[in-house]
Ligand binder design. Structure first.
Ligand code: GLU
Length: 447
C-alpha cells in the first residue's frame, strides 16, 4: 500500500510541476490515509485518489484595474473548485503577492478535509489573486475587487461555490466583492460569507476562527490531562486569526507572550491583554503589515527584528501567520525548550519534516485543518442564515461553534485510535475528513 501511495504522490508531482506547497499537503494527507485505503480496496479500484487530487475545475483570469495614478495594472485571479462531493465548493479568497496556482491548490485541497471535518455540507475550493493590498488606497482596493468579481461572478453562486475571506481579504474586500456581484446579477443571495452584519453577515464570524482554535487546543490539553489556564502561549501573526485566538486565550486564563508580523516578533512578558489586543486591530488597519510599533507603544514589550517567536520558551505554540512558518530548525528549538503542544492556527504552518520531528519527540500537534475549521464552520452557518432569511444571535453562533470544535477533536482522536495509531491528530484529522468525502464520492459514481 505504501507503494501505491507513493505512486499517487508521483502522479501529483508530474501533473503539478513547480507547485511544492500543493505536493506537501498531498503527501501529508495521502500518507495519513494509507490504512483506510488498505481497508477499502474498492476505493483504489474506483480511482478515487486519482480523482481526489485533481481539482474538479480551475479557472485563471486576468484582473485589469486602474491605480490612483491612472496607471493600468494587471493581476492574475484564480478559483480552484476542488471537490463538491459533500456540498457546494466553499473556501476563501487570498490576496497576496505570492499567490500562484500551487498556493491556491494547496489551500483548496486542505479545504476539502477541513470542511468535511466540520460535519457540515460544504465541499472544498479556494481562490485569490497575486494582488498585494499592502499600502493600497480604499479606492484602489475597490476597483480591484470590482474587476476581480466581474469575471468570478459567472462561476459562483449560493448552491455552486461560496467564497469568503482569507489573507488580504477581510470585511472591506468582501463588501466590495458582494456589491459588484449584486450589481452584475441583480440577486441578493448568500454567495459570499464573512459579510458585514448590516448585509447578511453572521455575528461572531470575525473571531470564529481564533475562538475555534483555542477550543481545539483546550480539548487537546484536556485529553492529555492538562488545562489551558495558567499556560504561556507563543502566538504568531497579528491578523484576524491571531486576534480571535489571543482574545479567547485571555478569556480562558492563558497568557499570550508573543505576536508577530513579516517584520519580526513582539515578546511581551506581561501578556497581550486589554488595550493591547485592541491595538492589534489598529496595527492591521494601518495597512503597513508590520508589528514593530507595538513595542514603541507598550514599553514592557520587546521587538525582535526579522525573527520568529519560536525561539521563546512557551507551554503552547499557536502559529497563526501563514504557511510553512515552522521549519525543522524551529522544531528543534521548540523541543529543546521543552515544548509539549503545538496547535496550528494558520493553514499548513509547519513543514512535514518539522511535524515529524515534533511528533517523534513527544509533542502533540493539532493540525490546522481541524483546529482552524471553526471559521469555515461559521461560514456555513452564515450560508444557512442567508438561505433562511433570518439572523442568528451571537450566543447561538458561539454555542454551535464550541460544539463543532469539540466534535472535530473527538472525531479526529477516534479516527486515529480506530486504526491503531494512538493519539496522532494529524493522521486522525486526515482520516476523519477523508472518510466522509470518500463515502460520498463512491455513492456518486465516476464523476
Ligand atoms: N479562509 C478560511 C479558511 O482557511 C475560511 C474559509 C471560508 O470561510 O469559506 O478556512
Amino acid at each position: 500500500m505504501a507503494n501505491l501511495v507513493e505512486q499517487y504522490i508521483e502522479i501529483a508531482k508530474k501533473r503539478n510541476p513547480g507547485e511544492p506547497e500543493f505536493i506537501q499537503t498531498v503527501e501529508e494527507v495521502l500518507t495519513s490515509i494509507e490504512p483506510v485505503l488498505e481497508a477499502h480496496p474498492e476505493y483504489v479500484e474506483a480511482g478515487l485518489i486519482e480523482r481526489l487530487i485533481e481539482p474538479e475545475r480551475g479557472i485563471s483570469f486576468r484582473v485589469p484595474w486602474v491605480d490612483d495614478e491612472g496607471k493600468v495594472q494587471v493581476n492574475r485571479g484564480y478559483r480552484y473548485e476542488f471537490n463538491s462531493a459533500i456540498g457546494p465548493y466553499k473556501g476563501g479568497l487570498r490576496f497576496a503577492a505570492n499567490v500562484y496556482p500551487g498556493i491556491i491548490k494547496f489551500l483548496g485541497f486542505e479545504q476539502i478535509f477541513k470542511n468535511s471535518l466540520t460535519g457540515l455540507p460544504i465541499g472544498g475550493g479556494k481562490g485569490g489573486a497575486d494582488f498585494d493590498p499592502t499600502g493600497k488606497s480604499d479606492a484602489e482596493v475597490m476597483r480591484f475587487c470590482q474587476s476581480f468579481m466581474t469575471e468570478l461572478y459567472r462561476h459562483i453562486g449560493p448552491h455552486t461555490d461560496v467564497p469568503a475571506g482569507d489573507m488580504g481579504v477581510g470585511a472591506r474586500e468582501i463588501g466590495y466583492l458582494f456589491g459588484q456581484y449584486k450589481r452584475l446579477t441583480n440577486r441578493y443571495e448568500g454567495v459570499l460569507t464573512g459579510k458585514g452584519l448590516a448585509y447578511g453577515g453572521l455575528a461572531g464570524r470575525t473571531e470564529a476562527t481564533g475562538y475555534g482554535i483555542v477550543f481545539f487546543a483546550r480539548e487537546m490539553l484536556k485529553h492529555c490531562g492538562e488545562e489551558l489556564a495558567g499556560k504561556t502561549v507563543a502566538v504568531s501573526g497579528f491578523g484576524n486569526v491571531s486576534w480571535g485566538t489571543v482574545q479567547k486565550l485571555n478569556e480562558l486564563g492563558a497568557k499570550v507572550i508573543t505576536i508577530s508580523g513579516p517584520d519580526g516578533y513582539i515578546y511581551d512578558p506581561d501578556g497581550v491583554t486589554g488595550e493591547k489586543v485592541d491595538y492589534m486591530l489598529e496595527l492591521r488597519a494601518s495597512g503597513k503589515n508590520i508589528c514593530s510599533p507595538y513595542a514603541e507603544k507598550f514599553p514592557g514589550a520587546t521587538f525582535y527584528a526579522g525573527k520568529k517567536p519560536w525561539e521563546v520558551k512557551a507551554d503552547l505554540y499557536i502559529p497563526c501567520a501563514t504557511q510553512n512558518e515552522i521549519h525543522i530548525e524551529d522544531a528543534k528549538t521548540m523541543v529543546a525548550n521543552g515544548c509539549k503542544f503545538l496547535c496550528e492556527g494558520a493553514n499548513m504552518p509547519t513543514t512535514n519534516e518539522a511535524i515529524e520531528y515534533l511528533q517523534k519527540n513527544g509533542v502533540i500537534v493539532g493540525p490546522s485543518k481541524a483546529a482552524n475549521a471553526g471559521g469555515v464552520a461559521c461560514s456555513c452557518i452564515e450560508m444557512g442564515q442567508n438561505a433562511g432569511h433570518t439572523v442568528f444571535s451571537p450566543a447561538q453562533v458561539y454555542e454551535q461553534l464550541e460544539t463543532i470544535m469539540v466534535n472535530i477533536h473527538k472525531n479526529a482522536a477516534a479516527a486515529c485510535e480506530k486504526y491503531g495509531l494512538g493519539y496522532d491528530l494529524i493522521k486522525g484529522a486526515n482520516i476523519a475528513g477523508f472518510e466522509k468525502v470518500a463515502e460520498a464520492m463512491m455513492a456518486q459514481g465516476i464523476v
